[in-house]
Write a protein of this length. Structure first.
Length: 115
């Protein structure tokens, strides 16, 4: 499985941002997004099933973040609304052979939020 994340950049606080992850290779059960803030450990953000029917979020982001899946394009998206400086991080997409697994990782895409 190959994963290619994109869509990061410099944004203003309060803006919205959509990250994309292009997936290829074998079929997996789960896709996910994680993030790693400067000097901190990588943390879970959200999971979505291959079909897109089920999702799971970290409590800290569930009100502003939306994960989605486009099966036809084999893409996974993360929509961030009302983005805040504390959302500054490298965002990674993941894929797993079972629910909430992380067997595969893409390279990260950097999101920087200015206040």
């Amino acid at each position: 499985v190959q994963l290619q994340a994109s869509g990061g950049g410099l944004v203003q606080a309060g803006d919205s941002l959509s990250l994309s992850c292009a997936a290829s290779g074998r079929t997996v059960a789960t896709y996910g997004w994680f993030r790693q803030a400067p000097g901190k450990e990588r943390k879970f953000v959200a999971f979505v099933t291959w079909s897109g029917a089920s999702t799971e979020y970290d409590d800290s982001v569930k009100d502003r973040f939306t994960i989605s899946r486009d099966n036809a394009k084999n893409m996974v998206y993360l929509r961030i609304n009302n983005i805040q400086p504390e959302d500054t991080a490298v965002y990674y997409c993941s894929a797993g052979r079972r629910w909430n697994a992380t067997d595969y990782w893409g390279q990260g895409t950097l999101v920087t939020v200015s206040s």
